[in-house]
Design a protein around this ligand. Structure first.
Ligand code: BGC
Length: 900
């Protein structure tokens, strides 16, 4: 490496340098943690590998002078590489670039990555949190302030957070493109601060800044107990606008009691109930300079602990899609028919007269007679109301709320002109795409994608429509692997996991919902039914399962380092709960929740016993703990948890094994969690497959068993039986939902029955506390966890466990009868891994494969005794490893599974 070849000497470029493992690429105002860079390399020269890298950092975009350089580091690492220069301080802007050397020489420098830190110290905040004296459900507080800038701004940043929701504006224009800010966190322990570049929104002379607040998760109606004021009785915004001017001076505008507060058209806004906008009461021009606020009051300051203000690390909620709604005029209303169940709202265009009222109600499904099915929403009103202020055309959209819906109806004397469904979600980048010759399977993929979109609204929720929308940890752990296949969700999970730890009890128990709203409520739900929500099996285990799923898919140990303490505390809490006994005590568990054979109104009474579920998930958590301790290099932890695990697994097998073998969920857990001894595993898988065949693929598992069952079969020689279950179309199957025109994944397999009737959802939670304890949703992602299996087996792309983030992946498509092709792409941190396979008229299986630079693909193709394999025309064998590049693989006489 002594002689440096010229950059153009080799056919490779270093591109797309990002902080991918830490933050979404478009985020400014990040934490001060030393940036960890990830880069992608393009090279069309086969066999080249990164042998060294060099990173430069500067506070000048010209890289002169340099702040630091890594020097030439001999390493093949290109993911989450700690950059030279160390931590950032508040507001600091730095520029990074990378070049690499392959065996053939150096690439040119990469495009420049700009990193800007937010406000990192409590002492950086001079602003106070201000609001008015309103109560929950009152008109939304507006807050405003005018200020003069002595010359043109050259750089302006707005740092903002709030207790309650905020929407900021400058000179009448919305700041940024986020909604429901600052999102939902464990508010008493962490308030997220957004940073916006607002240079373009300011001007020399008079300016005005405005804040429109909402009750949101802070004090709006929330939780199935319908509580208000969960986090506090007052809502308030804390904003700090820092402006650098052309004349070299700086100016800072902060929220304080000098701001004025009033109200406008937004008379009511609640996440569950919807919003009411009376346009006659609009405070026109309130967020522009020159507005007469003489009648407005002085803002009221509320205490906030600056130590809990933290830069937001995940993507905000944004509009991610729009769908035109069809209008159907009915005698008493206009029905709006959508093609997709979404989270969001209706943008409605009407022609009307002053004083006319427009009421929009929403639902996921229609009842006979094209009536909205609103029973499933329980007490959530999900209704937006508008009062028109003049004759003519109006474009109407609700504020500070969102609804889970596919259909809506409008009751009004005004004429409805058009309607659009506006879909929102945490704006995680799409990572996986899948397509095959089976249209129903493609639709299932789309339904899972949408359930993830609709339920990733700031946090991972159970459902987006009824009076719930909570961060149920069980649902999250069930879906985490699939979520990470579909989306770049690393920062999304890392943010949520911070709150999981914040809300962990003193004894280490993890909450069933994060943020833990239930513990904030004085009455635990369904107390008299013996419900316990802290530390429940399969729910609290999100503490170990989610971090490991993030590591497997994105490859940076930081998520484990971040969560290690939380993971250990939860694992130790489980051990302590045994109090010296072999097993966990028999207690209320959610069990294999929603087992379709459980009594409809008692979904926790799964066929597999609560004790087996609890101890098996404990064993799995110990397994994950051992792995995590190994990865962070703590041999003591490996030994400690390894011993507990081995003892526990042996005990479970000895005393509960027989029982587990009698249920599909029990078998799936025993196989997937390695509770069944290695020499008995095949027999267990054979039994499971036989039970599935006997049931004709009918699903017999709930939230915990369903994500495991196909893997438990296919990893043990029963892929055909897994297909049988996947491709079943009769009731109790994924494709039954597709045939019923579902556009998202249901909470219960029979949410809509074969006769078209809708499940009542009735629940026996034996509690007076909840008004209407029914439970039926058409948008719960837990059962959508199957899609991870589809990527790994139908398309055939799977990350290798010990080489995470697809640094190594297997290419193992399993074509089945009825399929002619399948394709999938995973946008890995290294670039796109892609497969397209086709069963050709000749009977050959032809595969196009793209392997990104920095990764390897291991070939495991479906062969029969008479098969021959070629790769780019050359004879090859299974087990071959392929470096980066594009390949054509052909298998003659391939194995095609007959599952029918
Ligand atoms: C939620 C589920 C959740 C369960 C646990 C339900 O109300 O919607 O998804 O995991 O409760 O009890």
């Amino acid at each position: 490496m002594s002689k440096m070849p010229s950059p153009s000497a080799i056919d490779a470029t270093t591109s797309v340098v990002s902080l991918g493992n830490q933050f979404p690429s478009d985020l400014i105002g990040v934490t001060g943690d030393t940036p960890k860079l990830t880069w992608q390399v393009q090279s069309s020269t086969a066999g080249t590998e990164q042998v060294a890298y060099e990173i430069e950092v500067s506070d000048s975009i010209t890289f002169a002078p340099l702040m630091a350089s890594s020097g030439l580091v001999t390493s093949s690492q290109q993911l989450a590489v700690e950059a030279p220069g160390g931590k950032l301080s508040s507001r600091e802007i730095r520029y990074y670039r990378v070049r690499i050397a392959t065996q053939l020489g150096f690439t040119a420098w990469s495009p420049t990555l700009t990193v800007e830190a937010g406000l990192l110290e409590a002492s950086d905040f001079n602003a106070k949190a201000v609001g008015n004296v309103s109560k929950h459900s009152d008109a939304a507080p507006l807050l405003r302030k005018e200020f003069e800038l002595s010359s043109q701004p050259v750089k302006a940043r707005l740092y903002v957070t709030s207790q309650g929701l905020n929407e900021m504006s400058l000179n009448g224009l919305k700041v940024g493109d986020e909604f429901l800010s600052p999102g939902w966190t464990s508010y008493h322990k962490r308030l997220n601060v957004s940073t916006f570049d607002v240079t373009h929104l300011l001007t020399k002379g008079a300016n005005a800044i405005g804040a429109k607040l909402g009750d949101g998760w802070w004090r709006g109606k929330f939780g199935f107990m319908n509580m208000y004021d969960n986090y506090g009785t007052n809502i308030a915004v804390l904003a700090q606008l820092e402006v650098e001017l052309e004349d070299g001076t700086t100016q800072t505008i902060v929220t304080d009691e000098s701001w004025k507060t009033g109200t406008g058209s937004l008379r009511f806004a609640d996440i569950y109930d919807g919003s009411t906008i009376d346009l006659n009461l609009a405070a026109t021009g309130w967020n522009k300079a020159g507005f007469d606020d003489a009648g407005w009051s002085a803002a009221v300051a509320y205490p906030v602990d600056s130590a809990i203000l933290k830069p937001r690390i995940n993507s905000p909620v944004r509009v991610i899609d729009e769908f035109v709604l069809k209008l159907k005029q009915q005698s008493d209303r206009v029905l709006l028919v959508g093609e997709q169940n979404i989270s969001g709202w209706v943008r409605l265009v009407v022609d009307g007269k002053k004083g006319q009222i427009v009421t929009v109600r929403h639902a996921e499904v229609l009842e006979p007679g094209e009536k909205l099915h609103t029973k499933a929403l329980r007490t959530a009103k999900v209704t937006d109301v508008y009062v028109l202020d003049r004759d003519g055309r109006h474009v109407l959209e609700p504020e500070h709320t969102f609804h889970g819906f596919q259909f809506a109806d409008v009751v009004t004397e005004a004429e409805v002109i058009s309607a659009v469904a506006v879909a929102i979600s945490s704006d995680n980048e799409i990572r996986g795409t899948f397509h095959s010759s089976d249209v129903r399977l493609n639709k299932l993929h789309s339904n899972v994608y949408w359930s993830a979109r609709d339920n990733f609204v700031s946090i991972p929720t159970d459902c987006p429509q009824r009076d719930e929308r909570l961060g149920w940890t069980g649902d999250a752990q069930a879906f985490a692997g699939t979520a990470n296949t579909l989306f770049d969700a690393e920062a999304f999970w890392r943010s949520w996991l911070i709150d999981l730890e914040h809300d962990q009890a003193e004894n280490g128990d993890v909450a069933a919902v994060v943020p833990d709203l239930i513990s904030l409520n004085p009455v635990p739900p369904a107390e008299d039914a013996g419900w316990e929500v802290m530390g429940r099996a399969g729910w609290a285990d999100a503490a170990t399962i989610v971090p490991m799923a993030v590591y497997e898919h994105f490859g940076d140990k930081d998520v484990l380092v971040q969560q290690l303490d939380s993971m250990r505390r939860w694992t130790d809490a489980l051990h302590n709960r045994r109090n010296g006994a072999e097993f966990l005590p028999t207690e209320f568990q959610f069990g294999d929740w929603c087992d379709p054979d459980a009594p409809e109104d008692r979904p926790w009474l799964s066929k597999v016993s609560a004790d087996f579920v609890a101890n098996s998930f404990f064993a799995n958590t110990l397994d994950l703990m051992v792995e995590a301790e190994h990865l962070v290099g703590n041999a003591e932890g490996v030994a400690k948890y390894g011993k507990l695990r081995d003892e526990l697994k042996a005990n479970i097998w000895a005393k509960m094994g027989e029982e587990a073998m009698s249920t599909t969920a029990g078998l799936s857990m025993a196989i997937e969690f390695d509770i069944v001894p290695a020499d008995k595993k095949q027999a267990a898988a054979d039994k499971l497959a036989a039970m599935v065949v006997a049931d004709n693929g009918r699903i017999t598992t709930g939230f915990l068993g369903t994500p495991l069952i196909l893997h438990a079969m296919s990893k043990n020689g029963h892929t055909a039986e897994a297909y049988k279950m996947l491709m079943r179309r009769e009731i109790r199957s994924w494709l039954y939902q597709v045939d019923q025109n579902a556009t998202t994944i249901w909470e219960r397999w029979d949410a809509i029955r074969e006769d078209g009737s809708i499940h009542s959802g009735s629940m026996d939670t034996a509690s007076d506390a909840q008004e209407d304890p029914s439970m039926i949703s058409f948008n719960h992602y837990a059962y959508g966890a199957v899609i991870d299996w589809v990527y790994r087996n139908v398309a055939g792309l799977a990350p290798v466990k010990n080489k995470p983030a697809y640094r190594e992946f297997t290419v193992a498509p399993k074509p089945a009868v009825g399929f002619t092709f399948a394709e999938a792409t995973i946008a890995t941190r290294f670039g796109d891994a892609a497969i397209f396979w086709e069963l050709q008229a000749t009977g050959d299986l032809a595969i196009q494969l793209a392997v990104p630079f920095g990764t390897n693909a291991v070939i495991d193709l479906p062969v029969t005794a008479g098969s021959a394999i070629t790769i780019n025309g050359e004879t090859a064998t299974n087990g071959s490893t392929l470096g980066h590049g594009d390949y054509v693989l052909v298998v003659t006489k391939p194995a095609v599974l007959d599952y029918k």
